[in-house]
Design a protein around this ligand. Structure first.
Ligand SMILES: Cc1cc2nc3c(=O)[nH]c(=O)nc-3n(C[C@H](O)[C@H](O)[C@H](O)COP(=O)(O)OP(=O)(O)OC[C@H]3O[C@@H](n4cnc5c(N)ncnc54)[C@H](O)[C@@H]3O)c2cc1C
Length: 411
């Protein structure tokens, strides 16, 4: 691939999608002196919201977002099993471990920071296609704007356009392994504790995923469930809300897709993918903001370096792929195994496992070492303790033992 001259392109880097991953990638590239355009298909940044807004303290700090986006702090979780009369597991940290944030304000704050770093932003401008020059030296993005199509040229295109990425498809990069549909509403609800989230583990409620209630503004909560059965998602949600929160006033609906499993390739000549477009959300919880912005910092740095050096070949951009996989692939793969194990458990088996997990020694390990950004850490702790592992294995069905080596492989 020959060198690209700056005059041959409109921008060094074009980032498609102004969610958290796109805003952070764009800002990082601009801070490294690249001319950056950030394109957003919607008319407003961050709206409609498609997220619960639970983000670790670490994630909020890494994003650089203003503390004004924080609604409240979270210290613990109540975990319920399939049996309505069963025990609930209470896990608690000494300090606030995560924040509930307002996602629309968070996204806007990150885009404003990108603008201050020199990024140009265009709203209502969805990318609809990508053409690549013969030697893949210049990327020409086709963008709809004001009812007509324009062509914008860049040395590097960053696809940060979510789980149904147009950039990924146009560049021939594979989609994430599977998607979960999340359906959520903000309701009037007084949670048992304002600094605890609630989680329900049951396939009858949320097939192959879970349901949640996260305290938001005083007297309200964001309650939702995820499932890999898109046709049933809304009906399951309506049934669960009617039973779990009878007579609660519904203040607003949100829904969206969550990618499960990292994409097998996230880089090609002149193009890289980041955030949900690259399948970087955690398969255990569906949380994708922390991993997305962490990988976006690498993406912005590598995209700027490649664009400014005039060599945006797959080989050069491969630095991004290597670095983000080194940081997160083990966690994401481990999460995928955990997601599969959970999918194969029947509800009575989940109930038995939760009963076993209420052993005070296990509760202590879960509370002390649980980390929403790195769920693998607590799995490692449990697996390193023969007594705790034996306790859980006793409660687990025999057929689950085949997964142990798979878990160990990714620890
Ligand atoms: C119901 C639900 C609850 C969730 N709760 C949490 C949570 O509590 N914590 C957490 O960490 N994660 C959560 N997630 C996941 C989280 O929302 C995502 O992982 C995160 O938003 C990914 O950021 P992103 O920037 O990669 O993509 P997105 O936030 O999806 O941003 C992509 C942007 O690209 C734009 N776009 C799409 N196509 C185009 C195009 N062709 N041209 C231009 N622009 C385009 C979109 O409009 C959007 O603004 C939740 C997801 C769902 C569905």
């Amino acid at each position: 691939m020959g060198a690209i001259h700056r005059a041959d392109v409109d921008y060094d880097v074009i980032v498609v999608g102004a969610g958290p991953a796109g805003a952070v990638a764009a800002r990082t590239a601009a801070e490294r002196s690249a001319r950056v355009l950030l394109l957003e298909g919607r008319r407003e940044i961050g709206r409609p919201v498609q997220c619960t807004g639970l983000l670790s303290v670490r994630g909020v700090e890494l994003s650089g977002a203003s503390p004004e986006v924080i609604v409240r702090g979270i210290r613990g979780a109540f975990v319920y099993g399939p049996d309505p009369d069963g025990k609930r597991l209470a896990l608690e940290k000494d300090d606030v471990h995560a924040y509930v944030i307002d996602r629309d304000r968070f996204d806007l704050d990150l885009v404003e920071r990108a603008v201050r770093a020199g990024v140009e932003v265009r709203l209502k401008s969805p990318a609809v296609g990508l053409e690549r020059s013969e030697a893949n030296r210049v990327q020409t993005l086709r963008v709809k704007t004001n009812g007509h199509e324009v062509r914008l040229r860049a040395r590097v295109v960053v696809g940060a356009d979510g789980p149904r990425s147009v950039v990924a498809r146009a560049a021939g990069l594979p989609p994430p392994e599977k998607t979960i549909i999340g359906v959520q509403a903000t309701i009037a609800y007084e949670p048992p504790r304002e600094d605890y989230v609630e989680v329900w583990l049951s396939h009858a409620i949320a097939p192959n995923f879970f349901a949640w209630a996260v305290p938001a503004a005083p007297g309200t909560a964001r309650v939702g469930l995820g499932t890999d059965d898109p046709k049933q998602a809304k009906a399951l949600f309506d049934r669960w809300v009617a039973r779990q929160f009878p007579d609660c006033e519904i203040l607003g609906f949100q829904s969206g897709s969550i990618p499960i499993g990292p994409s097998s390739r996230t880089v090609t000549d002149g193009v890289l993918l980041v955030g949900d477009a690259a399948g970087q959300a955690k398969p255990t919880s569906g949380g994708g903001i922390y991993t997305g912005i962490s990988c976006a910092r690498i993406a912005g740095e590598v995209a700027a370096k490649a664009a400014l050096s005039g060599d945006a070949s797959e080989r050069t951009l491969g630095e991004y792929e290597r670095r983000w996989r080194e940081a997160f692939e083990g966690e994401l793969r481990l999460g995928l195994v955990a997601h599969r194990i959970y999918g194969r458990l029947r509800d009575p088996e989940i109930a038995r496992l939760l009963e076993a997990a209420s052993d005070p020694r296990i509760v202590q390990v879960l509370s002390e070492h649980g980390d929403i950004d790195y769920p693998g850490r607590v799995v490692r702790r449990v697996m390193e303790s023969p007594a705790l592992l034996a306790k859980l294995l006793q409660a687990a069905p025999r057929r689950m033992e085949i997964y142990l080596p798979l878990l160990q492989e990714h620890l």
